[in-house]
Design a binder for this molecule. Structure first.
Ligand code: SF4
Ligand code: SF4
Length: 432
């Protein structure tokens, strides 16, 4: 009876976690579809290569070896532990114990896999402690800058603590089980931990084995439910984000605006297609004006702050932080999803990404140097969002700094940013 009750609780909890996860993921996918179309499905071979190198191989992370290796331990442990999770799901659903040992006897291969998981778990534990220390005791500046308020800091700490609980669950379960079976399974690390439990009664060992099993399971289910609300969503989204990344290697090349190009060609007397009569909005005011890839970028951001650490505007004390641009875009998407869920799918809360979330001063501080794009380990492009918002600011709201207006006038009248004819642009070089 107790066994059947356990199976029912397991299946109910598992189904609830999957339902909550898929409900939120569906909302996220719908919100990405709010974005403007952008072609990102060409050159599939290069895209697969990019994804394998950047997302799977974590290529950019290895610019800095120590955190990269520690991050790799956690990542590898997370991936490989899913094998043990498959066993837990089968055991929990069917009410059996260690299906891959007792029912589908994998023998030595099973011992090898679980031992491998245990060794990776120890390495992941070391990495987790190092990351918690780095964040909270050493206080690495990029984890404590302005936009890293209590919520994003707690998010990172929560996942790291969850990782420690998960590892505790695995070792409690395996060590108790090994002790009960006199080391029969031959697991590498829990075999070494057996002396810690050797004096315990059989009932206590059974209790510890079940406690470890449930702890492991509950942390995993909690993680599944929490993941779409956390920056750790990048564990899933880093892959499509790298696949759909801009493959154009030209550093810092900006997307042009076809309608502006048309106007310039007309001014230069070049042939152009007849302009359409449809009203055109330049740039972006809110999330639905950005491209779908920019919205995918926002959901994929790990909030690591590498972009902000490399940003010259941020380094010189300006208000701009490319990480904040991504976090604000995600916050705006979250708020819009919530508002529409409560007020109908077309409801408007009267707010916009520009002004209500991202200030003019932040946008003006960007030098368009592209350093943030170069630095990002998961192929995010904060510059695209900055440029789209800035284009709206200037072309739709005529809101630009006085010095810029002077420059725009010079470009329009002289074909140069300075107050001189285009033909004299290179005169300065005569004296060099
Ligand atoms: S492109 Fe703008 S936001 Fe990105 S690093 Fe350069 S100045 Fe900073
Ligand atoms: S945009 Fe990239 S580099 Fe910047 S915080 Fe997000 S993941 Fe890190």
């Amino acid at each position: 009876m107790a066994q059947i009750l356990q199976q029912i609780i397991f299946v109910a909890l598992f189904a609830l976690a999957v339902w909550l996860f898929s409900r939120k993921i569906r909302l996220i996918i719908q919100s990405i579809a709010w974005g403007k179309p952008e072609q990102r499905s060409d050159r599939s071979v290069e895209r697969w290569r990019n994804m394998l190198l950047l997302a799977f191989g974590q290529k950019k992370m290895f610019r800095n070896w120590i955190p990269a290796i520690l991050h790799f331990f956690i990542y590898a442990a997370f991936v490989i532990t899913q094998i043990e999770l498959i066993e837990i799901i089968i055991d929990g659903t069917l009410g059996i114990h260690r299906v891959f040992w007792n029912v589908v006897p994998l023998g030595g291969f099973y011992t090898f896999i679980i031992s491998f998981i245990e060794i990776l778990s120890v390495l992941a534990l070391v990495a987790t402690i190092a990351f918690l220390t780095r964040r909270n005791l050493l206080k690495v500046p990029r984890f404590w800058s302005r936009e890293m308020t209590a919520a994003p800091r707690n998010d990172a700490n929560l996942i790291l603590l969850g990782e420690m609980l998960l590892i505790t669950g695995i070792f409690t379960m395996n060590t108790a089980d090994m002790t009960l079976h006199n080391g029969e399974y031959g697991f590498a690390v829990s075999g070494l931990l057996m002396p810690l439990m050797s004096g315990l009664s059989e009932a206590t060992l059974h209790f510890l084995e079940r406690a470890g099993w449930w702890l492991h399971l509950l942390v995993v289910l909690g993680f599944i439910v929490y993941l779409p609300y956390s920056k750790h969503l990048h564990i899933l989204l880093a892959f499509p984000n790298a696949y759909f990344a801009d493959l154009d290697t030209t550093k810092g090349r900006m997307k042009h605006m076809p309608r502006i190009e048309q106007e310039i060609r007309l001014m230069l007397g070049q042939p152009v297609e007849a302009p359409s009569d449809e009203p055109v909005q330049f740039g972006a005011k809110d999330v639905q004006d950005l491209s779908w890839k920019s919205l995918l970028d926002a959901w994929s951001c790990t909030e690591c702050g590498r972009c902000t650490a490399a940003c010259p505007a941020s380094q010189t004390g300006k208000l701009l932080s490319p990480r904040k641009i991504m976090m604000d875009t995600r916050d705006r998407l979250e708020d819009k999803i919530r508002f529409r869920a409560q007020n109908g799918s077309d409801a408007d809360d009267g707010k916009t990404l520009l002004h209500d979330y991202i200030a003019v001063e932040e946008l003006r501080a960007c030098t368009t140097c592209n350093a943030c794009v170069e630095e990002c380990p998961v192929s995010i492009n904060p510059l695209n969002i900055i440029l789209d918002l800035r284009r709206f600011l200037i072309l739709e709201e005529s809101n630009s700094a006085e010095e810029w207006n002077l420059m725009f006038g010079n470009v329009e009248n002289n074909g140069a940013v300075w107050k001189m004819p285009a033909t004299d642009r290179a005169n300065w070089a005569a004296e060099v």
